[in-house]
Write a new protein. Structure first.
Length: 124
């Protein structure tokens, strides 16, 4: 999950507001997933979500819920209301998979996502 327009927020309002956007997005992601799911920050501005046992439909539903809830977050840096948005890409796998392979595929799906969800199926 990658925040959209984060660089623009940092340039327009300052790094503290970019950090606040990331905190709001992280909190929203965490509140949008199931209790058994794992959410973590990957790098400076990307989040990873592990959905154990989720079907492709489950994953897409959760991804859509995250996107919608992030859009609904009230965010008004310096009194100027702005809309937060995220891109979501994912990987569905049924067998053990090396993290590097899964992550590379997820990044490719994220690049292709634009304004939609993108998933790929990987097998070992």
């Amino acid at each position: 999950i990658h925040p959209e327009h984060l660089k623009s927020l940092n340039l327009r309002f300052g790094l503290e507001w970019g950090d606040e956007a990331l905190r709001l997005i992280a909190s929203t992601i965490q509140s949008s997933v199931r209790k058994e799911d794992l959410v973590g920050r990957i790098g400076t501005s990307m989040f990873g979500v592990f959905l154990p046992g989720a079907s492709e439909k489950d994953a897409k539903d959760i991804g859509e819920r995250i996107k919608a809830r992030v859009r609904d977050v009230y965010f008004a840096p310096k009194g100027t209301e702005d809309v937060l948005a995220v891109q979501v890409g994912g990987v569905i796998f049924e067998h053990e998979l090396a993290f590097e392979d899964m992550f590379r595929s997820a990044e490719e799906r994220l690049s292709a996502a634009q304004d939609r969800l993108e998933f790929s199926h990987l097998s070992s």
